[in-house]
Every structure is written in structure tokens, then in C-alpha cells.
Design a protein around this ligand. Structure first.
Ligand code: CP
Length: 309
């Protein structure tokens, strides 16, 4: 593995290797002093052109646990404000001795573009509406840990599928690991037939459902998504209240899903919109477990890309 750019190009064997490594690394995080010297002397650049809480801080935490040094780049106050291109910015930072770049950007494909021009590993921390591979990996780790398997599961993803990079990575990743993925939400925010063809990476294992009940029925895992209004050029949703009434998950949906089905959300959550406030008390809600697993997954990625360097 030279970079982590997307789930699309990962094999199921590589995904399993990453999940296994992350599972082993969780032991380090539970030690009284959670620190190992493995990446001492490595310099990691965190370049976040879009807001982030979970991804940025869990990458930072992963770097610190592995003893790597970090440089955190803020667009404000940098020479980008004077018109410097992103490629020149990164080449400049590379000249400072950076060993690995983690990037989040609003333009889909930015990590792929940079990977072509740089000699160091690039990690996609979310690119536009394309993919968010580390989120899908931590989602898969959480499900495997809680349910003991990823194969033969029904995973339902609810919401703004079109603009959700998390959904795109989850759709590909869960199928590659043997699950069936059903997506649902407002019809105009669902994949069109051509896109659906692209997302079906295992025959018969991906379905676009125009009726929410079909996606939720007997689901083992339900992933709720935030409405990505910052990525809507024009308003797709009349009001959030209307969205909540039609597509928000609430206790009435619990009778459709399996008895101990997991409820997940990549965050940030808009409580009262995609999830009703009562859903916070649902006993199989694992949202903070996802956040915790994010550190182990990101440690695994850094180790895979930098060990032997
Ligand atoms: N899930 C996720 O990407 O969250 P952040 O935007 O807070 O990083």
C-alpha cells in the first residue's frame, strides 16, 4: 500500500489486514501510558481545508501515540491567501522533510492529484463528495467488533447518499467484506441507475430503496447521515423539519430493524433531524465507539504506510 486514497481500490484482503492491525493496536490505547516509539522521527502533515473534529483529532492522537511529530496546516494565515497553489504549498512543506500527508479537501480527487505529484504517502481524510476511506474502515471495525462478522449482514444507510463521501466509502467497503448494502433517503438524493451500477461491487449486494421501510426491514446495521447542505449548490431540502418528519430515524423505526441492530452515525450529528433525540438512548447506538475506533484505524494506516520507510 503506497497511499490510502479510497476504498474503491482496496481489496477485501487489504481491508481485513487493516482491521486486524487496528484491532491489535487497541491494546496500546488501553495502556496506562499509551505511547510507543514506532514512528519516532517521522513528520506527518495534517492539511485540513475543511472543518473537522473527529478525523483531524483522531489522526493527531494516532500520530502522538506512535510518537510521530505533526505539522498542522491552517489555510488562514498561509501563503495560499497570496495565491500560492495547493501543489506549490505541499511541495514547500515536503521540502521541510514531511514523511506523510493527510489531506481533507472540498474538491473530489485532490488526494489523488497530490499522490501523483509527491513521493510521500498521501492519506485521504475526506475529499468533496467522493470518499472518506478511514471513516468506512472505522465503521467496519466497529461492526465487526460488535457483531463478530461483516459477512451476510444487511447494512442500511439513510439520508443524503448523493453528497455523502462516508456513504460512498461505506457502500463499497461493506460489500467488499461480504455485507449487503441498502440505501434510502429523499429520491433526488439517491444514486441514479448509472451510479447504482458503479456502486454494486458485488452482484445483488447493493440496492437503492425508494421506500425507507424496505431498507430498514431486518437490518443488522443502520447508518444515519447528516444532510450535507454545505455541498448543495441549490437547496435540495425544503426545510430540516420536513426532512426530519419523513427521513429522521426515531423509535417508531425500531420495530423494523433486527432486535439488536447497531445504530451508527459518522458525525457531526444534527439531533432532531436525521436522528430524533430519543435515539441517543437506544442501547445499541455505537456512535462514540466509532470515534474511539477511529484512533486505532488511523494508527493502523500510518503504520502500514510508514513502516519499512
Ligand atoms: N466523520 C467525520 O468526518 O467527522 P469530522 O468532520 O468531524 O472529521
Amino acid at each position: 500500500m503506497k497511499h490510502l486514497l479510497d476504498i474503491y481500490s482496496l481489496s477485501s484482503e487489504t481491508i481485513k489486514e487493516i482491521l486486524d492491525l487496528a484491532e491489535n493496536l487497541k491494546e496500546v490505547l488501553e495502556r496506562p501510558i499509551p505511547k510507543v516509539p514506532t514512528l519516532r522521527g517521522k513528520l506527518i502533515l495534517l492539511l485540513f481545508y475543511e472543518p473537522s473534529t473527529r478525523t483531524k483529532f483522531s489522526f493527531e492522537r494516532a500520530c502522538k501515540v506512535l510518537s510521530a511529530d505533526t505539522l498542522s496546516f491552517s489555510t488562514k494565515g498561509s501563503s495560499l491567501e497570496k495565491g500560492e497553489t495547493i501543489l506549490d504549498t505541499i511541495k514547500t512543506l515536503y521540502a521541510l522533510g514531511v514523511n506523510l500527508l493527510i489531506i481533507r479537501h472540498s474538491l473530489s480527487g485532490t488526494p489523488h492529484f497530490l499522490a501523483k505529484h509527491l513521493k510521500i504517502p498521501v492519506v485521504n481524510a475526506g475529499d468533496g463528495i467522493h470518499e472518506h476511506p478511514t471513516q468506512a474502515l472505522l465503521d467496519m471495525l466497529t461492526v465487526r467488533e460488535k457483531l463478530g462478522t461483516l459477512s451476510d449482514l444487511k447494512v442500511a444507510i439513510v439520508g443524503d447518499i448523493k453528497h455523502s463521501r462516508v456513504a460512498h466509502s461505506d457502500i463499497l467497503g461493506f460489500q467488499k467484506m461480504g455485507a449487503k448494502v441498502y440505501v434510502t433517503g429523499p429520491a433526488h438524493l439517491l444514486p441514479d441507475p448509472k451510479e447504482a451500477e458503479f456502486f454494486e461491487v458485488r452482484k445483488g449486494c447493493f440496492k437503492v430503496c425508494y421506500k425507507m421501510e424496505e431498507a430498514l426491514k431486518e437490518a443488522d446495521v443502520v447508518i444515519a447521515l447528516r444532510i450535507q447542505r454545505e455541498r448543495h449548490g441549490e437547496p435540495y431540502i425544503p426545510t430540516l423539519q420536513e426532512y426530519a418528519e419523513n427521513f429522521g430515524l426515531s423509535p417508531k423505526h425500531l420495530e423494523l430493524i433486527k432486535e439488536k441492530a447497531l445504530l451508527m452515525h459518522p458525525g457531526p450529528i444534527n439531533w432532531g433531524v436525521e436522528l430524533s433525540y430519543e435515539m441517543e438512548q437506544y442501547p445499541f447506538q455505537v456512535i462514540l465507539d466509532q470515534v474511539k475506533n477511529g484512533v486505532a484505524i488511523r494508527m493502523a494506516i500510518l503504520l502500514k504506510l510508514l513502516s519499512g520507510d
